[in-house]
Design a binder for this molecule. Structure first.
Ligand code: PXP
Length: 240
């Protein structure tokens, strides 16, 4: 089976830093620690309101960590300019609402197919692999293929909220199979923790998971190094 990469989302280290307006705890230091604990990439969401990650963090994550940066962002002109200039390894396009606590649902690719196609092409021509954060919907996956996105990230939030309802896991597994058959790389993330990650890690077409909130929270108790290593071990065991 293909190996499963782990991307660590360090947004909430920045949330904690910003709570006091200073420089501690530093998300770049967290990214370096996560990388040395076994993370394959670092994910950071530069939100329009800059509530956690800031522009300077993105520049530093790109140059100081030594692991691929996955920049999550809304498909706006402001973010396009930043991504073209920073040239992260990867860009994950997400829907963004100002008042939401976290990314609430997947991108509606169908609704903006024409404009998104050009947007994605600009980023991919500039050397960034683009993924679209979408719900496990067959129509959204077909639209993602039509616009030429190299990857999708399946939103696992509904599955994570309803761990005992098998239909959500089935929808994710079917979506992964469909996307892989269309030649799209499949990622997944949102709401994953030690308990719900094995079933997702066992889906063979999924090659990358992006995990943040739970791990940063567990790091408060056990440290980031141990939290990342434990997640990595659980993922690896589920994969084999
Ligand atoms: N992937 C995407 C596209 C996200 O928006 C988020 C949340 O920022 C995550 C993964 C990580 O989700 P969580 O913080 O719940 O692990």
């Amino acid at each position: 089976m293909t190996t499963l990469r782990l991307g660590i989302n360090i947004d909430h280290v920045a949330t904690l830093r910003n709570a006091r307006g200073g420089t501690h705890p530093c998300p770049i230091q967290a990214a370096i620690m996560a990388a040395s604990a076994g993370a394959d990439s670092i994910t950071a969401h530069l939100r329009e309101d800059r509530r956690h990650i800031r522009d300077r963090d993105i520049e530093r994550l790109r140059t100081e960590v030594g692991k691929p940066l996955n920049l999550e962002m809304a498909a706006t002109e402001e973010m396009l300019a930043i991504a073209l200039k920073t040239r992260p390894h990867a860009v994950c396009l997400v829907p963004e609402k100002r008042a939401e606590l976290t990314t609430e649902g997947g991108l509606n690719v169908l609704a903006v197919e024409h404009s998104l196609k050009q947007y994605v092409a600009k980023l991919q021509d500039n050397g960034s692999r683009v993924s679209l954060f979408i719900d496990p919907s067959p129509e959204q996956i077909k639209a993602a293929a039509r616009i030429g996105a190299r990857a999708i990230e399946l939103h696992t939030g509904t599955y994570a909220e309803h761990p005992d309802d098998p239909k959500h896991l089935t929808a994710l597994a079917n979506a992964a199979t469909q996307a892989a058959a269309l030649g799209i790389e499949v990622h997944a993330g949102h709401g994953l923790d030690y308990n719900n990650v094995p079933a997702i890690a066992a889906i063979p077409e999924i090659v990358e998971l992006n995990i943040g909130h739970f791990l940063i929270g567990d790091a408060v108790f056990v440290g980031l190094d141990k939290a990342v290593k434990r997640m990595r071990r659980i993922m690896n065991e589920a994969r084999t």
